[in-house]
Design a protein around this ligand. Structure first.
Ligand SMILES: [Fe+2]
Length: 388
C-alpha cells in the first residue's frame, strides 16, 4: 500500500513521546514490512500490545493439496460449498502452491479475532456484506469488493444483513501490491492506472474496544496459535503510515480497451510474489471493423490461470458449464480458449459490450488441488471444446 494516511490521535513527530491526558505514555507499535525497510505504520495503543497471558496450540487443518496430474483443465462450482461457519475458520481450500492459497469461504457468524502471520490476505466478496474490524479501524464491505488485509493485522469479520458472506480468499506468502507499472517513482497511481487512490476505501476512524483476557488466533506456517491477551487489541487511538487494510470495488476498475486485442496485463489489479490478480469488467470489445474481439486460443506458457466467474453470462464459454460462482483452472501446458461456436460467432461482436465480472489469478508455479476443488470439479470439463 503506497499511500500515506493518518487517523485519530497521533503525535506531532514520528518516534516522539505520545502521552494520554493523565500523562501516561501510549504504547507505540511499529508494523514494518521487509525488515523495517519498506512500508510501515505506527500505531498508538492504550495498553501494552505484547501482553500475552497464555499461549497454546489451536486445532488446525494443514493445507492438503495434490498435483494436477494427469494435467487437466478444471471447472469447479462453488454453489455446492454451502457449509457455513466463520470467515477465518470455514475456508474450503480449492487450490494453491507455496506462493498463494485459494479458498472459498462461507460465513454466517462472527469470526474470532485473528491475524495471519504468513502473508497478506486478499478477499473478493461475492455475496453478502460484512463489517471488517481491525486494529486500524473498521471497513464496511459488500458485493464486488476486494479487501486487502496486510500480514499481521489483527482483525475479525462480522457478517451483516442476515445473509451469509461468501468470498473468494487468497492467502499470499508475501504482500499484495498495486502493479508497479501503475505507480509513479514517488508511489502515486499514474494516469495509465485503471483505478486510483480515490477508489480505495480505508478506515475512517479508530476502533476502540474494552476487554480483558481476549483470545486472538495467529496463523503461521506451522499451524494456529491461541493467545490470550491481557487487554483488547482494538485499543489504538491513532496511527499513521502506508500499511493498512483497504477495499476496492471491482466496479471502480476502469477497463482499458482498444481497436484490436489488448493483452491480459491490462486487466491487472494487484500483484504479489510469483502471482498476479486481474479482473474482467463490463467494457467495449475491440472496435476496429477487422478486429477479432473474441480471445484467441492460448497458452500462458509460464502460468496457471484461475478464473472466478462472478457475474454475467460468460458468452465465450457458453455451453461449457461456466456459470455464476464457477471457477476454471487452465494450467500451463494446456491450450484453452473460447467455445468453438462462440469463436465462430465472435467476429460479429466488433464494438459490442460485454457485461461480465470475473476475477483471475495467474500463478508462475503450478497450482495444486485441494479436496474441495476435487469434490466440486466437473469430471468431463476437459472435453468441453470437442465437437463430438
Ligand atoms: Fe486463458
Amino acid at each position: 500500500m503506497p499511500y500515506f494516511m493518518q487517523l485519530g490521535d497521533v503525535p506531532r513527530k514520528r518516534f516522539s513521546q505520545h502521552r494520554r491526558d493523565d500523562g501516561r505514555l501510549y504504547a507505540a507499535e511499529v508494523m514494518g514490512e521487509e525488515g523495517f525497510s519498506s512500508n510501515m505504520s505506527l500505531l498508538y495503543h492504550r495498553a501494552t500490545p505484547s501482553a500475552v497471558m497464555q499461549a497454546s496450540e489451536a486445532a488446525w487443518r494443514a493445507p492438503d493439496l495434490v498435483d494436477n496430474h494427469p494435467l487437466l483443465p478444471r471447472l469447479l462450482g462453488t454453489r455446492a460449498l454451502q457449509e457455513a461457519g466463520d470467515m477465518v475458520g470455514q475456508r474450503h481450500l480449492l487450490c494453491g502452491n507455496g506462493d498463494v492459497l485459494v479458498s472459498f469461504a462461507v460465513a454466517d457468524r462472527p469470526s474470532p479475532l485473528y491475524r495471519n502471520a504468513t502473508g497478506d490476505e486478499l478477499l473478493f466478496v461475492h455475496d453478502g456484506a460484512a463489517r471488517l474490524e481491525t486494529v486500524f479501524g473498521a471497513l464496511e464491505v459488500g458485493q464486488g469488493d476486494y479487501v486487502v488485509i496486510p500480514k499481521g493485522t489483527t482483525h475479525r469479520w462480522l457478517p451483516q444483513g442476515g445473509q451469509a458472506l461468501r468470498a473468494l480468499v487468497f492467502e499470499t506468502d508475501g504482500h499484495i501490491r498495486p502493479p508497479k507499472r501503475y505507480l509513479t517513482a514517488q508511489g502515486q497511481y499514474n494516469q495509465e492506472a485503471p483505478y486510483s487512490e480515490l477508489d480505495l476505501r480505508r478506515p475512517s476512524e479508530p476502533l476502540l474496544c474494552e476487554g480483558t483476557d481476549v483470545e486472538v488466533l495467529v496463523k503461521t506456517r506451522a499451524g494456529l496459535t491461541r493467545y490470550i491477551y491481557q487487554t483488547h487489541p482494538f485499543d489504538v487511538v491513532g496511527w499513521f503510515g502506508c500499511n493498512y487494510p483497504h477495499a476496492l470495488n471491482i466496479a471502480d476498475f476502469s477497463p482499458i480497451t482498444g481497436s484490436f486485442h489488448r493483452p491480459p496485463p491490462v486487466h491487472q489489479v494487484f500483484e504479489s510474489r510469483n502471482c498476479v490478480f486481474c479482473n474482467f469488467v463490463p467494457r467495449m470489445m475491440d472496435y476496429d471493423p477487422r478486429a477479432m474481439p473474441i480471445p484467441s486460443y492460448h497458452q500462458n506458457v509460464d502460468s496457471d490461470e484461475l478464473i472466478f466467474y462472478a457475474e454475467g453470462n460468460f458468452f465465450s464459454r457458453k455451453g461449457s458449464g461456466v456459470e455464476r460462482g464457477a471457477l476454471s483452472l487452465h494450467p500451463a501446458g494446456h491450450i484453452h480458449g473460447p467455445q468453438p461456436a462462440a469463436y465462430e460467432g465472435g467476429a460479429s461482436r466488433v464494438g459490442q459490450r460485454t457485461e461480465e465480472f470475473a476475477v483471475m489469478l495467474d500463478t508462475f508455479k503450478p497450482l495444486r488441488l485441494g479436496r474441495a476443488a476435487l469434490d466440486a470439479a466437473r469430471p468431463d470439463y476437459y472435453q468441453s471444446w470437442n465437437a463430438r
